[in-house]
Design a protein around this ligand. Structure first.
Ligand code: SF4
Length: 256
């Protein structure tokens, strides 16, 4: 049975915290969870969609059936490929959807590039995390400060950094707002089955061997048999492969 539509404040109310701790959300189907989330939080909830992964597109399609006015945002780091911009425009047309596009602070990017160069991310983990912080983490923080909840397409089997995620969590990094991971228990095959069954548009780079598409200099195609996360920040160890938007403050870019 779906949890009650309790009175939610920012940060999350005690009622909601108890619901989360009870584990009630884990038993909900993805559609039930999304319907509850929209009913409870809209319009102070938004889907995070990179337009570079099938998970975000599946969620976008599901939400369009539940609440056509649902909000979706994306981070334009300034380094994403043309294929990703093209998919955004396809989504605008197909779903009649305005996309909230977040940009990094120009002054911060200018200062970083002036000091460290255009391709600093290849030089060290610290510099890669700095770039992710300036181009992704900080714009996300600014945006989420105006929401009560957000939705991600994370799945538990995507790598060692994601095995413990819950379907509904308190996001301590972002002022205790609610974070939903409705696909937490989905497998990659489940996502692609949904995409094909519902003819959902996806980034064309998937067909070129990219399991997910992030920034152009930090994403690559993989070979058959390679781990899907091998296509992102391939020069790093699996334990560090997060950009900082899905991790806590303690690992969120050590800065330089
Ligand atoms: S993924 Fe690469 S280019 Fe994009 S913000 Fe992170 S380090 Fe910078």
């Amino acid at each position: 049975m779906p949890p009650s539509s309790c009175s939610v404040l920012r940060p999350a109310s005690d009622d909601l915290l108890r619901e989360i701790e009870s584990g009630a959300f884990e038993a909900l189907s993805t559609e039930e969870l999304l319907a509850w989330a929209v009913k409870t939080f809209h319009p102070r909830i938004a889907l995070s969609c990179s337009f570079g992964a099938p998970e975000g597109m599946a969620l976008l399609d599901m939400l369009s059936r539940i609440e056509p006015r649902f909000r979706v945002f994306t981070l334009d780091t300034g380094r994403i490929p043309q294929a990703t911009y093209d998919l955004m425009d396809r989504v605008r047309d197909r779903y009649d959807k305005q996309i909230e596009v977040l940009f990094p602070a120009a002054k911060a990017v200018e200062a970083m590039v002036q000091e460290h160069g255009m391709n600093l991310f290849y030089e060290s983990i610290e510099k890669r995390q700095l770039c992710c912080r300036v181009r992704k983490v900080d714009p996300l923080k600014r945006y989420l400060s105006g929401l009560d909840a957000w939705i991600s397409g994370l799945r538990r089997d995507q790598g060692v950094t994601r095995t413990a995620i819950q379907k509904v969590e308190i996001d301590a990094t972002h002022d205790g707002i609610v974070k939903l991971n409705p696909l937490a228990d989905w497998k990659a095959d489940d996502v692609w089955h949904y995409i094909r069954t519902n003819n959902v548009p996806v980034n064309r780079l998937h067909a070129a061997g990219y399991p997910s598409v992030g920034c152009d200099p930090c994403s690559r195609a993989i070979q058959a048999g390679e781990d899907p996360r091998a296509g992102r920040w391939w020069w790093e160890n699996p334990e560090t492969k997060e950009c900082g938007i899905h991790v806590g403050e303690e690992t969120e870019g050590s800065g330089i």
